[in-house]
Design a binder for this molecule. Structure first.
Ligand code: GMT
Length: 383
């Protein structure tokens, strides 16, 4: 029989929310009943199905609360959902404040004789930035150590967590995953023709345009390619603080007319299907879900050689890894692909194969299922 699983995540744009939502959907397909507990409906949830429920956390305005205590509203909602829906396990995505609320909810429920194990998945900045901020660190450490199970999305993040945080619990590495039936090479000739009427090659970058994504560097690389007369166009997908600086730089460099800033777009797989090269010059990336999405669509990725990216991208086989901030290196690697269509095709195929063979939903999600079973069994043992 399937499990009743409560999942909390950031429901807006962001990799952790995407992973949590896709995990919930995949688990529901595999016969589990999923209860999303969040402040709004996760954006990738799509249409609701019978064994997926959504519980909205309401944040009450009260004159005394200059800063409404969302963590406590979430705790109460978790308590109610565990109690009335008889959940078997909670899966919290992102340590702050989700794991913290779950730990508090578990304590409240224990006082009523209800025992609920908690799995916390660490995604990135919850460790690399927030977890190391002294104003959060004790809470992050406590919430991780108090979880019954902890997963991280890469070896890199596991090592960062054990190296930088005060952690006394084991961490299981379960990477991001991808639905390779949905993210796959598609024939979208009319769309490609509209963007690249003269057969230009299409470079694509998809991100939330936070400074860590270094979107302006993508424009710099594109400019260098255009300056050397490469027949290329650039598609920038997403929105965020660095979109305007990227637009300004494109105008300054005189390449704005060859770039399309599309803003936030769904479904992103239709855009990736017409891409030739994906650029990810990130300054920090614990896994790089956007790169995996590109690979599944048979698009080679040129990325920075940092964080978890070397665990995903095989340098020289599925793409290239470049030193952080080295515009020359990104440009040279892009030229290598543009100059050699056979190499580009080989890398495209190898990218798709790696995504399907190593990171498909059907390969990774069973790891979560067996980890849940393990955590539930361990939590049921007498203390
Ligand atoms: O930590 C963040 O920046 C937020 C997080 C998110 O919710 O978008 O992104 C991280 O989690 C993704 C899913 O596990 C990873 O694929 C991303 O690499 C990671 N982002 C960073 O590390 C910057």
């Amino acid at each position: 029989m399937g499990l009743k699983i409560g999942i909390t995540c950031y429901p807006v744009y962001g990799g952790s929310g995407v992973v949590a939502t896709e995990l919930g959907k995949a688990l529901a397909t595999r016969g589990h009943c999923i209860h999303f507990i969040a402040y709004s409906m996760p954006f990738r949830l799509g249409h609701i199905q019978d064994n997926i429920r959504f519980h909205e956390v309401n944040v009450n305005a009260y004159p005394l609360f200059e800063y409404p205590p969302y963590t406590l509203n979430l705790t109460s909602k978790i308590v109610d959902t565990v109690k009335y829906e008889e959940l078997d396990i909670l899966h919290m995505h992102y340590a702050i404040p989700h794991a913290t609320s779950a730990v508090l909810a578990r304590q409240i429920l224990a006082a009523e004789g209800i025992h609920i194990p908690i799995v916390t998945t660490l995604h990135g900045t919850d460790i690399t930035i927030v977890g190391q901020d002294p104003s959060f660190a004790p809470v992050v450490n406590y919430s991780i150590n108090e979880s019954d199970g902890v997963t991280a999305v890469s070896d890199y993040l596991k090592n960062e967590t054990t190296g930088c945080c005060d952690i006394n619990t084991d961490i299981e590495v379960i990477p991001n995953f991808i639905d390779t039936d949905r993210f796959k090479p598609l024939k979208k000739d009319h769309f490609k023709q509209a963007l690249c009427p003269n057969g230009e090659k299409l470079l694509v970058h998809v991100s939330n345009f936070r400074p860590v994504k270094r979107a302006v560097e993508v424009v710099e690389v594109f400019h260098r390619l255009r300056a050397e007369d490469y027949q290329v166009k650039l598609l920038l997908v997403g929105d965020g603080p660095d979109r305007v600086p990227a637009e300004h730089r494109a105008r300054e460099l005189g390449v704005y007319d060859d770039i399309r800033f599309l803003g936030k777009q769904e479904p992103v797989e239709e855009i990736l299907a017409i891409a030739d090269i994906f650029l990810m010059p990130s300054g920090s990336e614990t896994f790089g879900l956007a790169a995996l999405e590109a690979m599944a669509c048979a698009v080679p990725v040129i990325a920075s050689n940092i964080g978890g990216l070397p665990e995903l991208i095989v340098h020289g086989e599925t793409g290239f890894l470049c030193p952080l901030g080295d515009i020359d290196s990104y440009t040279e690697r892009a030229k290598t692909l543009l100059d050699d269509p056979k190499l580009m095709a080989r890398m495209a195929e190898a990218s798709r194969k790696r995504a399907a063979d190593e990171f498909d939903t059907d390969i990774i999600v069973p790891h979560y299922e067996s980890y849940y079973e393990q955590v539930i069994a361990k939590a049921a043992l007498p203390a």
